[in-house]
Design a protein around this ligand. Structure first.
Ligand SMILES: Nc1ncnc2c1ncn2[C@@H]1O[C@H](COP(=O)(O)OP(=O)(O)OP(=O)(O)O)[C@@H](O)[C@H]1O
Ligand SMILES: [Mg+2]
Length: 363
């Protein structure tokens, strides 16, 4: 049975696809993407404190990914919200971003334990990022429409049984490498399409699929930290992204899809590398200034914190055992005098903004 955009695509074929993916062009792109990704991975492993990057990079990735849904939030609101470890976050847009980050961290913890990517894991990620106990779609009627014209372009498989069956097949393809000896990066491209085409949830499929990409790379040991900013590439190339997904379904055009993803991995790895470099440079340049301002109270841990949060406040220093409240406040005031931080008072809280870090992140 062939594809009809208005009828649930219950005959969606399982992976691997019937297509020649061993062409010279794909081979070239695969090598290039792997090379850049390996460089990124290696670079992260040489860092004295890789956790330094996690907060900033994942926060940014979360923001990019959530923006696909047009949950636009300002950097200011976002960074403020990200500091509120205990308070309830009121701004709904910032809340979505923070939830995305939580879902990513949760997924990471799970795969560290099990080394498997399962249907349950994907359901858990979707539940965390949407803050819901919704599960796999049970009701008919989900259709994907062109965002500008609202015309239906795709109707995913329908019914919990079929969806679970397709996910079970996908799960095997993800975890059992005897299914195909294609390069893991090519597999990631196939998996991303397949997951989106199954479209198992009533919402959050795009975001779950993007988290899945990163978790897959970590599971295959191509990355050790979730520092690849792939969502930015996807959002910047959204019309192509949507068009190429459709072309796989309608024309079995896997070739263009796989190339698009490989290109994205390479570009993104290169971009992430330069961003990490820029953050480390900023940090290193700031060290003499901070030493001078804090004298004997200077600590490496404090500098690491300053470059983990574009916004910082005394409570974060306290929570990280740098100093008690009064002393922490004093440190931040002294650092502000060097020009590295700028304070703003919002309600009862004083936030210190690291403008240089903000700039690198949003570039
Ligand atoms: N023609 C298509 N075939 C398969 N999947 C598609 C198609 N068009 C879009 N998609 C996928 O559907 C996702 C949107 O689904 P959904 O709204 O459930 O996810 P989301 O996470 O809420 O949204 P978003 O991805 O926009 O942030 C897109 O990100 C894309 O991955
Ligand atoms: Mg949605």
């Amino acid at each position: 049975m062939s594809f009809n955009k208005d009828i649930p695509y219950d005959t969606l074929p399982d992976l691997p696809p019937k297509a020649n993916l061993e062409t010279a062009d794909i081979f070239k792109l695969t090598i290039q993407a792997n090379k850049l990704l390996a460089e990124l991975k290696g670079y992260c492993q040489t860092l004295p404190n890789p956790n330094l990057l996690l907060n900033t990079i994942i926060l940014q990735e979360s923001k990019e990914s959530s923006a696909i849904e047009n949950i636009v939030t300002t950097q200011d609101e976002l960074y403020k919200a990200s500091l509120n470890v205990t308070d309830r976050i009121k701004n709904p847009a910032a809340k979505e971003v923070i939830q995305y980050r939580e879902a990513m961290y949760w997924g990471l913890e799970q795969i560290k334990k099990t080394e498997l990517i399962t249907t349950n894991l994907l359901v858990g990620i979707m539940q965390k990022l949407r803050d819901t106990d919704d599960n796999i779609r049970k009701n008919p009627g989900t259709k994907l429409a062109n965002p500008s014209t609202q015309a239906v372009v795709y109707t995913p498989p329908e019914g919990d049984t079929i969806i679970r069956q397709k996910l079970a097949e996908l799960e095997k393809f993800i975890n059992d490498d005897t299914y195909s000896d294609l390069d893991p990066l090519i597999k990631m491209a196939l998996i991303h399409y397949q997951f989106e085409a199954i479209h198992p949830f009533s919402d959050g499929n795009g975001r779950t699929g993007r988290i899945l990409n990163v978790l897959y790379l970590i599971n295959k040991n191509l990355l050790s930290l979730p520092v690849l900013y792939l969502s930015r590439y996807i959002i910047q190339n959204k019309p192509d992204y949507y068009k190429l997904l459709r072309e796989v379904t309608e024309q079995n055009n896997w070739d263009a899809w796989v190339k698009f993803v490989l290109q994205g991995v390479g570009e993104t790895a290169a971009m992430t590398l330069s961003k990490i470099n820029a953050i480390l440079n900023l940090k290193n340049e700031s060290i003499p200034l901070i030493k001078d301002a804090l004298k004997a109270s200077y600590s490496k841990e404090l500098v690491d914190l300053l470059y983990s949060y574009p916004y910082i406040k005394t409570a974060i220093l306290e929570a990280n055992n740098i100093a008690k409240r009064q002393t922490a406040a004093d440190y931040l005031k002294k650092i502000e005098k060097t020009g590295l931080l700028h304070s703003v008072k919002l309600g009862k809280e004083v936030y210190y903004i690291n403008h240089n870090l903000m700039k690198v992140l949003s570039e």
